[in-house]
Design a protein. Sequence first.
Length: 162
Amino acid sequence: MKINLIFTSLLITIFYSCNLTYKVRNQSHELEEVLHLPCGRIYIELIGKGDSKFSFRQKFELENNVRVFPDSLHIFWNDHQISPEHNLRNGKKSYGAVLIRGKKEWVSSFELDEGVFEGDTIFVFGNSYLQCGEDTVSLDTLIYAFDNNFRIFGVNEFKSIK
């Protein structure tokens, strides 16, 4: 009876641990980018789910309303442009923009044709991405590079033969 319980627990643990979720570091080696606006702040992060599904998450903490233009968000994987799906697509729109108030989370998700490998890069940027009062704010280019900094001699690092 104990062996069956231990075996079942082990199988459940292995099954759920295969659903790997991780945060990707940007060009500044940070897990989260903070964009300061005259209207508040936006916390930005890229989350990987497995090796080909990603979520570009933005947490808004606003003092005043902003209008976000979802079509101005561009995502590139290496040289290929990716079309993200936004969780606020069906939200209340006005003139091609989405009105955001207070604290809100916006997730733009996308899936790649293949998994990411060492040397792959994801670029995210948005020209005239949002409007805060009379100010138009662009989202600076965020670069997420996939580099394996963990080296094991003989496994993924080879000694050059001379």
